[in-house]
Design a protein around this ligand. Structure first.
Ligand code: DON
Length: 539
């Protein structure tokens, strides 16, 4: 095939001054500044929070530290383009993803509004009994109610009593099973423990036909699982170093009131369910200690999110668990995690979850988010009354059930990232924003890597429409920030200049003429291509 020579102009044309192309930092600035010269710091943090990111997110450490230092040098607490760039540049990839709505829940604020409604709905429930077999549990008010969520991109939302510490109790069972599989692999762990729902109460003195505990989510299985794990700093890593404590008083009480667990322990020992050389009583102590690990709803939502995210903690990026450990754990939470309600929960909610006697429900929406619900009053089967209501309502509202059809079941909300026909919608949105003169929408589109030169059926671009409508600010933005081709031709051969002249928009004519005189179209196209390449490389 003959080589096609590039047009000599593109090889010889002088490059424009460095720094004239919009950088990611500049695009972010334009998006947040909304046409102003400076961004007040609080405006930046408010916009940041609206994406779901927290200012305390470990991934934004450099940006927040620089912001603090920089603000001391300003008199008005606001950042111009240069100072803004200084603050955001170390974390620009994460920030750009957030503001480009590239996170798993793009419209995070409206999703959170739904979560708050579900929270309020469950708050009205009054049934259930707070566990009272030990004083440490009995002292909790039945009114306590909290929901916290963390997405796989680290977007956070909390509502209610989300900072009150409580014990994981049985919610720790899936975590220690995951740790055991991570350390030893599936085959080894399941030499000692089965994978079937037991159909019996969680603390039943009963083994399966092979004299093994039925699964790691019931006490017998969890006690054996305890004998397989050694490392405790897993809990901190799972929670992204957020609050993980220990209630020694609960541990002592659990041990003193733990006759059933001792009975199970001796039975397991008799049936040789532990690895060789295991000291059963010290394993029971460890079991009670693990039940007494304290979390808050917030920190536990990060643990759940680590499970949702294939074992990577979303807010630290650290790999904590192997994919095998996570997949096994989610499978067993799905079939055995909710006591004798597990079958019904799998049917109605269709998500992996694990409840505990302190009123926690650790819920995982795989690949999307982790949620911790906490409210002490329990139903007859031992599950948090408000927690069950919340999980059921969540899945009635959103298509999160494992077997919800994502393509055809349009009645439910899909808060996840849009795909599919997005491109079709985007040209309509783009031209509509140009028609109405909505520069802030255009800034958002540009930041989202939308092709700002897209054409409609008549080959008209946003620049044609803005020129015809006389929107000078839009014309400037498209030319100067987006570097669009200034002379595209529509199906009738008209350019934006023709439109501006035809409709008598002299100010637009001037802008287009000045721009044309300043830059040749060939330069513009080449540099735009360059800018796109840079964007693609960074994201
Ligand atoms: O083992 C026990 O009885 C309690 N410490 C744990 C209880 C719990 O959350 C119920 N679990 N399945």
């Amino acid at each position: 095939m003959p080589l096609r020579l590039r047009h000599p102009r593109s090889l010889t044309a002088p490059r424009r001054k460095a720094g004239i192309l919009p950088s990611l930092e500049d695009l972010l600035f334009y998006t947040i500044a909304e046409g102003q010269e400076k961004i007040p710091a609080h405006k930046f943090t408010t916009a940041l929070k609206a994406t779901g990111l927290r200012t305390g997110d470990p991934r934004l450490k450099e940006c927040m530290e620089m912001l603090k230092v920089t603000l001391k040098t300003t008199s008005d607490g606001a950042l111009d383009r240069h100072l803004f760039k200084k603050c955001v540049q170390s974390n620009i990839v994460l920030l750009t993803q957030a503001f480009r709505k590239k996170f798993v829940i793009p419209d995070f604020q409206s999703f959170c509004a739904h979560i708050d409604d579900l929270y309020e709905n469950a708050k009205n429930l009054s049934g259930g009994q707070v566990a009272d077999y030990i004083p440490q549990l009995a002292r909790f008010s039945p009114d306590l109610w909290a929901v916290a969520l963390c997405t796989v991109d680290g977007q956070r939302h909390t509502v209610g009593d989300t900072k009150v510490p409580f014990c994981l109790q049985s919610c720790v069972k899936p975590l220690k099973y995951a740790i055991a599989v991570h350390d030893h692999g599936t085959e080894y762990v399941h030499r000692f423990i089965g994978k079937e729902p037991s159909g019996l109460r969680f603390n039943k003195l009963f083994l399966n036909e092979d004299d093994k505990p039925h699964n790691p989510m019931v006490n017998a299985g969890a006690i054996v699982c305890t004998s397989l794990i050694k490392v405790m700093n897993f809990m901190n890593k799972l929670a992204g170093n957020e609050y993980v404590g220990f209630s020694n008083a609960t541990f002592q009480s659990e041990r003193e009131s733990g006759d059933r667990n001792f009975a199970i322990g001796y039975y397991l020992k008799e049936k040789k369910c532990f690895p060789e050389g295991t000291d059963m009583t010290s394993i029971l102590d460890f079991y009670f200690q693990l039940c007494s690990i304290e979390v808050t709803c917030e920190s536990a939502s990060v643990m759940a999110a680590t499970l949702a995210n294939g074992g990577f903690c979303p807010i630290t990026g650290e790999r904590v668990l192997s994919p095998e450990a996570v997949r096994n754990t989610l499978s067993l939470m799905h079939s055995c995690g909710m006591y004798d309600f597990s079958g019904q929960f799998a049917f109605h909610v269709g998500l992996p979850a694990k409840s505990g006697v302190a009123g926690g429900i650790l819920l995982v929406v795989p690949n999307v988010m982790g949620i911790m619900c906490w409210s002490p009053p329990l139903d007859k089967l031992g599950n948090s009354v408000r927690g069950i209501q919340f999980c059921t309502d969540l899945v009635s509202l959103c298509n999160f059930h494992n077997y919800d059809n994502l393509r055809h079941f349009a009645k439910k909300l899909d808060p996840r990232r849009e795909g599919g026909d997005q491109r079709v919608k985007s040209v309509i949105n783009l031209l509509f924003a140009a028609y109405t003169g909505d520069v802030s929408a255009l800034r958002r589109f540009a930041l989202s890597s939308m092709d700002m030169e897209q054409r409609d059926y008549d080959s008209r671009t946003a620049l044609h429409v803005a020129a015809a409508e006389g929107h000078t600010e839009v014309v400037r933005f498209l030319l100067e920030a987006c570097k669009v081709n200034p002379v595209p031709r529509d199906r009738w051969g008209n350019t934006p200049m023709d439109e501006a002249v035809h409709f008598g928009h002299h100010d637009v004519v001037t802008i287009l003429r000045d721009y044309h005189n300043q830059y040749s179209p060939q330069d513009s196209a080449a540099e735009k291509q360059n800018a796109e390449k840079n964007l693609d490389g960074m994201l």
